[in-house]
Design a protein around this ligand. Structure first.
Ligand code: NDP
Length: 333
């Protein structure tokens, strides 16, 4: 039973030295429990937060403990009548070959879709896009929706749902290949490379009628470019700030909070932070709607599969810098 534990807490960018690959005994499933063999492990930006001891909405991973993570796992032993040996489930197995569970939070993978979709478009990231956009963003036909990290599992679905609702979708992504993908494959109306040196001008040109919904995934320079373009009564689901996850201090320069507050007031902006589980009561509607759209080919998704558990640390480090192209998943077994 290989497992990858948190060896040390990073200050700034994580490196392979913050992780350690260990051999451990295969855990034993007691009464009521199941033994899970990890088949696929999801890598997600929030994992950077779990490596840090800073106060957040969830407890950090303890030093020496396996990194947490969503998995698609196979039930290999069952002392729980709800699960049969051989079934594929989505679970929180973590960065390891085997995990035991009492079945709480474990869900059978529905038939008819590839199992890895349970980690992406039909899993936590997909539900984040669906709930955040529709409940907080509330795009209307003809409005302009902007999203960054647009080639990833959250952003790509945000843009596609915006299109299904009749809005104009503008994606921001790193590099020409991701930008081409947004337009050619996903049907975004415009795509902008945030690594170009004219982000504010390029974004303004792509949003001639301003921005009505900004789905905030990254913060930083992208947010600075978006702010002056927001229309009165614009909505901003604040989902993630990935550009700052490795930051060790506030950006330099004058304090911009007063100017931001003034913009919020004068433009009557609606900002709302959210964590996907706040909308747990929408899980059924999400699976129904996005499941239909996926089967009908009305939404597409892309996966970036890395081979081998031992590759997980490098892959997570790369995710925070945009090296992934699509939903990042480790094929474990
Ligand atoms: P992605 O697979 O899209 O990976 C993150 C992407 O962020 C990278 O690929 C990179 O893409 C982009 N990025 C990194 N640094 C920067 C930067 N400085 N400026 C602009 N873009 C950058 O991740 P997800 O789709 O899984 O997650 C997207 C966001 O949603 C994250 O902020 C995540 O934390 C958040 N999230 C929030 C949840 C919630 O409940 N609130 C739940 C799930 C996710 P590129 O190459 O385009 O730069």
């Amino acid at each position: 039973n290989r497992r990858i534990v948190l060896a040390a807490r990073p200050h700034g960018e994580p490196s392979p030295a913050h992780f350690r690959l260990e051999e451990a005994r295969v855990p034993v499933a007691k009464a009521g429990e199941i033994l899970l063999r990890t088949r696929w492990l999801s890598l997600d930006p929030y994992m950077r937060g779990r490596m840090s001891a800073a106060k957040s909405y969830a407890a950090p991973v303890a030093i020496g403990e396996p990194m947490t993570g969503g998995t698609v796992s196979e039930v290999v032993e069952s002392n729980n009548p709800d699960f049969a040996v051989g079934e594929l489930v989505s679970a929180f197995g973590g960065w390891q070959d085997y995990a035991v569970s009492d079945g709480r939070g474990v869900q059978r993978i529905p038939p008819g879709v590839p199992p890895t979709t349970a980690l992406g478009i039909l899993g936590m990231p997909g539900m984040t896009a669906y709930t955040g956009l529709l409940t907080i963003g509330r795009p209307k036909a003809g409005e302009t929706v902007v999203v960054a990290a647009a080639a990833g599992p959250v952003g790509s679905l945000v843009g596609q749902i915006a299109k299904l609702k009749g809005a104009r979708a503008v994606g921001i992504a790193g590099g020409p290949e991701k930008c081409r993908y947004l337009i050619d494959e996903l049907g975004f109306d415009a795509a902008i490379d945030h690594r170009g040196d004219d982000l504010p001008q390029a974004l303004a040109a792509a949003c001639p009628d301003g921005i009505d919904v900004y789905f905030e995934n990254v913060g930083g320079a992208v947010f600075e470019a978006v702010l002056p373009l927001l229309n009165d009564f614009a909505r901003m689901p604040v989902c993630g700030l990935v550009s700052a996850y490795n930051a060790t201090e506030l950006p330099p320069g004058p304090d911009r909070a007063p100017a931001l507050m003034r913009t919020i007031l004068t433009k009557r902006l609606h900002l709302q932070g959210f964590i996907v589980w706040d909308f747990a009561d929408q899980a059924e509607a999400f699976l129904r709607d996005v499941g239909h759209w996926l089967r009908d080919g009305r939404v597409k998704h892309r996966e970036d599969i890395v081979e081998g558990l031992e590759k997980a640390p490098e892959a997570l480090i790369g995710l925070l810098k945009g090296r992934n192209f699509g939903k990042l998943i480790v094929h474990v077994a």
